[in-house]
Design a protein around this ligand. Structure first.
Ligand code: PLP
Length: 368
């Protein structure tokens, strides 16, 4: 990484489609097996660009159980995100629900491969074809994962990766648009760079979505270690699986062993049988300086500006079930086997003492 940084400083080509960005794009496209990978400054801007390049308008269907950027990328350009429920078993868009909420104003669907587990790509593709909708996948979690043996990145009209520091492939900040559509790729490339087509010819509306050389250098360096990161993630995941086995009411979100997966997320669901709620368990872990995180609470449809702007009485039972039950546990290269053992032991103890913890937490809340 330092050699690459020295190199780019010597070259003084710091941004504007530099050699590292070009190399990063080639490597990404090879890894994913897709015709075009266009590097962007982050995944949110990448989503905004694809949405614009595909000409989406009116309404676009998105899951309510996702990171808020998926919805914001639409609303930012005045397109209404229509929140769809997820299947509580897969945590992903329910194709049956998508079909139910499509209206004459719907122009597209954005599926999210949550935790790196692929959406029901085939069913969503059928729906998109049947209703003449564009189909985008927010693949921010799903770099290096497969769907039916094929790498994620080549499905729908386009897929968007994130290389934010918290994601499996890190470019400090970064993202990419992956597509097999030549025309779309050209358009995204131009829109990423203010709509320029050549040296001083502007042919379209655009924004500044360029990735800089330092980020591309970090992306290339991370790509070289990707296999190692995934092996560590997988070993962490398997340790959690083993050590949380038999803890009443605690269920680790499973990955399909017949697919490639990056194992970037260790997520548990806390069920009724645990006698401790998700929030109580989080409180116990935080008190032990273990930064377990709940995700996407209370659901995008209940966040602003959406819950005020669209005060429809939304019943999204799958989403509402998950937002109160999932907890993501620490993993990655900085978390060792001893820490995971300790975390699992604390979870086991907390669940075994659920009733007493519930009373203690409620007393401490009253005192606050
Ligand atoms: C991280 C993330 C994003 C945003 O990615 P950035 O690169 O940080 O803009 C979008 N969608 C999902 C599901 C994410 O997890």
């Amino acid at each position: 990484m330092l050699a690459r940084l020295n190199d780019l400083l010597d070259r003084r080509w710091l941004t504007n489609n530099g050699p590292y960005v070009q190399e990063f794009e080639r490597r990404l496209a090879e890894t994913v097996g897709v015709k075009h990978c266009i590097a962007v400054c982050n995944a949110t801007v990448a989503l905004e660009i694809v949405i614009m390049a595909l000409g989406l308008t009116g309404e676009v269907v998105v899951p309510a159980f996702t990171f808020i950027a998926t919805a914001h990328a639409l609303q930012w350009q005045g397109i209404k995100p229509v929140f769809c429920d997820v299947d509580p078993r897969t945590h992903n868009l329910s194709p049956a629900q998508v079909e139910r909420i499509v209206t004459p104003h719907t122009t597209g669907v954005i599926g999210v491969h949550l935790w790196g587990r692929p959406c029901e790509v085939e069913a969503l593709t059928d729906i998109a074809n049947a209703f003449n909708l564009k189909l985008i996948f927010d693949a921010a979690h799903a770099f290096a994962c497969t769907y039916r043996g094929r790498m994620i990145g080549g499905f729908g009209d386009a897929e968007v990766f994130s290389f934010h520091a918290t994601k499996v492939l890190n470019a400090f900040e970064g993202g990419a648009v992956a597509t097999n559509n030549d025309e779309l790729a050209t358009k995204v490339r131009s829109m990423r760079n203010f709509g320029f087509a050549g040296y001083d010819e502007v042919i379209d509306l655009g924004t500044n979505g360029k990735m800089n050389e330092a980020s591309a250098a970090m992306g290339l360096t991370s790509l070289e270690s990707l296999k190692k990161f995934i092996a560590i993630n997988r070993s962490n995941y398997e340790q959690y699986l083993h050590q949380l086995q038999g803890v009443t009411g605690i269920q680790l979100v499973a990955y399909d062993a017949s697919e490639e997966c990056n194992y970037q997320y260790v997520v548990i669901e806390i069920g009724e049988a645990a006698h401790i709620s998700r929030d109580e368990l989080q409180e116990v872990l935080w008190a032990e300086n273990i930064l377990a995180r709940r995700y996407f609470y209370p659901g995008c449809h209940r966040m602003e500006p959406y819950s005020l702007r669209f005060p429809m009485i939304l019943r999204l039972p799958g989403t509402e079930f998950l937002v109160t039950r999932v907890l993501s546990l620490p993993t990655g290269t900085a978390v060792g086997h001893r820490e995971i053992s300790r975390i699992c032991k604390i979870i086991r103890l907390a669940v075994a003492n659920g009733e007493r913890i519930r009373q203690a937490v409620s007393v401490s809340r009253q005192e606050r």
